[in-house]
Design a protein around this ligand. Structure first.
Ligand SMILES: Cc1ncc(C[n+]2csc(CCOP(=O)(O)OP(=O)(O)O)c2C)c(N)n1
Ligand SMILES: [Mg+2]
Length: 363
């Protein structure tokens, strides 16, 4: 029998907004000015909070956290495309997207200072899952949520994020496999920022692209420029619509760069060159988004300054609120494991409190 080809695959790549701020006229989704301005505003707010958090951490006023700078163009447009009822399932580098979905700035600060209150969002229906420090398992959670949405015929979708390093974890593959078989409404976005702590993309996998990993699980895939909010808007928008129509999951690889350290406990100078970082800063998303808005004549230096002042005031207010002394019950984590009290959790709470000096110190 002659050998014959039984399957053929390809991976598309999409970039719409170039680093110089010019957009491909054929692919530009032509978003209304207010949508573009809102998007840039979120990006500036996320960047301002991220920069302030680094200063606070260095001053000993905040715990360890993973800086998000450079990745704003991924989770922000994606979150703007979500509807009420959809699930936001992050890893730990989706600061902007969390803010868009309604997470308060103070919750972010509380969380990274080790306060359980940071995991307690004001409105249960925000549907933002807690930060997943455990790499990969959030994709299984997201697949389960998407399957539940499908079962309930709710029309809701789950949007999940993972890093390039996370694609080597079992949870990533198990989650995508199930979503593919179930044709569940799951959109998974790989934030390929080139580094997993000190492991470069080249040592992470022999795959030519990370997007192609979804082909094995029977879903459409696309690689996009993750520093291009228009490419993210188009690719994630198409994937969400497909999921809502009952046409199953999608895997998106957004190529970007982790501009800062892995976390504040890391020093990237030990494993990458400053020249590489310098080149990456030239491609970062806020710069090109601003140029695009200026080319459209809906932005200028005065508006930029007004926005910088506005986001600074918001961050100042959040920090002041976060640093206002308040009662922080040390057993707060036991309050939120389940929606209602559970005898096993209550037994663990009692054991924990009994173990504290004085039987339940308050901080
Ligand atoms: C299951 C598991 N293994 C290892 C770690 C330690 N760890 C924390 S972040 C990280 C690298 C993650 O890299 P990537 O997925 O590319 O995400 P990025 O940090 O670049 O956003 C590792 C190995 C962990 N948190 N969980
Ligand atoms: Mg990474």
């Amino acid at each position: 029998m002659p050998r014959k080809q039984i399957a053929k695959f390809s991976v598309p790549h999409v970039q719409i907004l170039a680093p110089d701020g010019t957009a491909d006229a054929k692919l530009d989704p032509g978003l209304p000015a207010d949508t573009l301005l809102a998007m840039y505003r979120w990006m500036r707010l996320a960047r301002a909070l991220d920069e302030r958090m680094l200063k606070l951490q260095r001053q000993g006023r905040l715990g360890t956290f993973p800086p998000n700078a450079g990745q704003e163009a991924i989770s922000i447009p994606a979150a703007m495309l979500m509807r009420d009822g959809d699930w936001f399932v992050g890893a730990f580098r989706e600061l902007g997207g969390r803010l868009v979905r309604g997470e308060p700035l103070t919750a972010v600060l509380d969380y990274y200072n080790g306060w359980e209150e940071g995991n307690v969002l004001p409105d249960k229906e925000l549907r933002i899952l807690p930060t997943s420090v455990v790499i990969g398992c959030q994709i299984e959670h997201a697949a389960g949520l998407a399957y539940a949405a499908q079962y309930k015929e709710s029309g809701e979708v789950a949007l999940a994020f993972i890093g390039d390093g996370g694609t080597s974890e079992g949870g990533f593959h198990e989650g995508l496999n199930l979503a593919g078989v179930w044709r569940a409404p799951l959109v998974t976005i790989i934030q390929n920022n080139q580094w997993a702590i000190s492991i470069p993309r080249s040592q992470q996998t022999a795959s030519e692209t990370l997007a192609q990993k979804g082909i094995a699980y029977g879903m459409p895939v696309v690689q996009i420029d993750g520093n291009d909010p228009l490419a993210v808007w188009v690719a994630v928008g198409e994937a969400i619509e497909r999921a809502r129509r009952g046409e199953g999951p999608t895997l998106i690889e957004a190529v970007t760069y982790r501009l800062m350290m892995h976390t504040t406990a890391d020093d990237p100078k030990k494993y990458r060159t400053e020249d590489e970082e310098k080149r990456a800063w030239e491609l970062e998303p806020l710069l090109r988004t601003r140029k695009y808005l200026e080319n459209k004549e809906i932005w200028d230096q005065d508006r930029e300054q007004a926005l910088l002042d506005e986001v600074k005031a918001r961050v100042d207010a959040a920090v002041a609120e976060f640093e206002t002394p308040k009662e922080r019950p040390l057993d707060a984590p036991f309050d939120h494991v389940y929606g209602t009290a559970h005898p096993n959790i209550e037994a663990q709470r009692r054991e924990f409190l009994a173990g504290l000096e004085g039987g339940g110190a308050r901080g």
